[in-house]
Design a protein around this ligand. Sequence first.
Ligand SMILES: [Zn+2]
Length: 204
Amino acid sequence: MNFSSKLLENAVNEFSRLPGVGQKTALRLVLHLLNQPAHDIERFSDALTKLKTEICYCEICNNIADQTICEICRAPKRDKGLICVVEDTRDVMAIESTQQFHGVYHVLGGLISPMDGVGPSDLNIDKLVERLRNEDVHEVILALSATMEGDTTIFYLYKKLKDFKVQISTIARGIAFGGELEYVDEVTLGRSIATRVPYERSIA
Ligand SMILES: [Zn+2]
């Protein structure tokens, strides 16, 4: 692309670094922004700046939050003894939208993937073990995607957690097979959490 302005080129280059955004789309977005009132652009850039500088990760569950302890972990009504382990914050949002789950979460921040060089130490696993050691947890639900990485991570977590006096369950993965959690519809996801099965039985 031949740009008539270096500033335009810079903005397009920044947008095209986003996943799924090519140069043409980037140019369209930048030209759209250029036509907006100045205060709208300020609000837009302010949201981006604060995203990085002000967002926290909950000290208990590692979910994205505005404070050091997230709203879910702070809610008195939540069952702190029921922990749902998920890959990332999108899964928390998907499960929350089912309104079927009243426990708390533990966000791993990824899945074990030797192909991508992601090992257990890159994930938020030690903190989960610590929670089981220090808190009165009665059940851990492993709600991870039905992919090879999801299976590997579930098996690893099972080995890590099985010696604690805690029920380990997985969600009905036949239903969600081949799909990431966030793409499963709310009714199906809600049902699969309600009908979760003990992990030992699911591998038999
Ligand atoms: Zn939290």
